[in-house]
Ligand binder design. Structure first.
Ligand SMILES: Cc1ncc(COP(=O)(O)O)c(C=O)c1O
Length: 375
């Protein structure tokens, strides 16, 4: 059996160990400390906007705290991109609120502005003005920021920008993770940088960050004893994990460059194959190309190719199954144009890690070519 080629595996810089050692040497083995502050500062400088960053246990916890900060509660409705990972939508349910799913457009595969406006108007005629909108920069491709935020502004609905997959991506020169009223990042094991598990909340004000950190550290009132006037959460990032994050920040730009070059290589090597289409960057969109995703001509071809790659010990994965198709969300309202369903049927993510060697990429490309030569 040939060695496994993963879809997207962790890629350390080597500098992580220095920060972790320092944490051990100084006994900062806790959910606070110099690495937590340092990682937050590194992220803030990288994002390069007037923003504040709270390092948390995961992107999911950052989404959950966002909804709490926005006052989302039982009986509310929150609009969410349908084509995404379930973690974008689950925190809506944690709050006892109802997700309202919006289909995708074809240019970026993200939230369709037309469907968004139809949904807002329709929910409002039903007496349910949505409490928030959660668009996602899927696979690193920025959503149509101007269009989505214009609608959000017009109806005065806050945006929680799910930037879990798009650290290093930009829209019209501005970094993803800085567009939302609140934005979230993920450092899960498969992301462009990883802390094994972790995430961050990006806020516009210092007060929002302070409130998030308060809630993330069990909401302890200012008293010498343990006193609580709010329900709290154990969502803060540990100082050890943040040490990994500081090391990872030193190579973020080179990881973006490598993932983009993987994408270019696939594109150039497979451009004569009429069975495969790639997602182009629309004008003003700069994708970190976290995952290279392609479309095949049919669901059958997509699945056959996935199995052919699996036989070669190469991991690939269908695009996210839309939330409106998920059994858990079958009763949620959804505004559908068929795009996300088609992308799910025809789409496949190819190995995209920043640590892939040329030989590994060649193996993937030749396995794809072999599949099409014999079928
Ligand atoms: C689009 C999207 N949103 C949210 C998350 C949740 O992030 P985490 O795994 O850090 O909780 C992920 C990834 O895991 C994701 O891909």
């Amino acid at each position: 059996m040939k060695p496994k080629i993963w879809l997207s595996s962790p890629h350390m810089s080597g500098a992580e160990q220095t920060y972790i050692k320092e944490a051990f040497d100084t006994n900062w083995v806790a959910p606070l400390g110099p690495n937590v502050n340092g990682f937050e500062n590194d992220l803030q400088s990288y994002l390069n906007e007037d923003c504040h960053v709270a390092a948390l246990a995961s992107g999911t916890s950052a989404l959950h705290l966002s909804l709490i900060l926005l006052g989302v509660s039982s009986g509310d409705e929150v609009i969410c991109q349908s084509k995404t990972f379930s973690a974008s939508a689950n925190p809506i349910a944690y709050q006892g609120a109802t997700p309202v799913f919006i289909d995708s457009e074809r240019d970026t595969w993200n939230m369709c502005p037309e469907q968004l406006e139809i949904a807002i108007k329709d929910r409002m005629t039903k007496g349910k003005k949505p409490k928030a909108i959660i668009p996602v920069h899927l696979y690193g491709m920025p959503y149509k920021v101007e269009e989505i935020h214009k609608i959000a502004k017009e109806y005065n609905i806050p945006v929680v920008e799910d930037s879990a997959e798009s650290l290093g991506s930009q829209y019209k020169g501005q970094n993803c993770g800085t567009f939302g009223d609140l934005s979230i990042l993920s450092f899960n094991g498969n992301k462009i940088i990883t802390t094994s598990g972790g995430g961050a909340l990006v806020t516009k004000t210092k007060e929002q960050k302070q409130k998030a950190v308060f809630l993330a550290t069990q909401a302890r009132d200012n008293a010498p004893h343990y006193q609580h006037s709010h329900i709290g959460y154990n969502y803060r990032m540990s100082n050890i994990v943040a040490g990994i994050g500081r090391g990872q920040m030193t190579i973020l730009n080179s990881h973006v460059a490598k993932r983009r070059s993987n994408h270019e290589l696939y594109l150039n090597s497979l451009k004569d194959n009429n069975n495969i289409t790639f997602l182009q960057e629309p004008e003003g969109h700069f994708s970190n190309r976290w995952l290279t995703a392609v479309l095949l001509d049919s669901k059958e071809t997509r699945e056959d190719l996935r199995l052919a790659l699996e036989k070669e010990n190469i991991e690939s994965r269908p695009l996210w199954k839309p939330m409106h198709q998920q059994p858990i969300f079958k009763d949620s309202p959804s505004y559908i144009n068929g795009v996300a369903d088609e992308l799910f049927d025809r789409g496949l993510c190819l190995p995209s890690g920043s640590n892939l060697t040329n030989e590994e990429l060649d193996r993937v490309i030749s396995a794809i070519n072999t599949y099409f030569a014999v079928c």
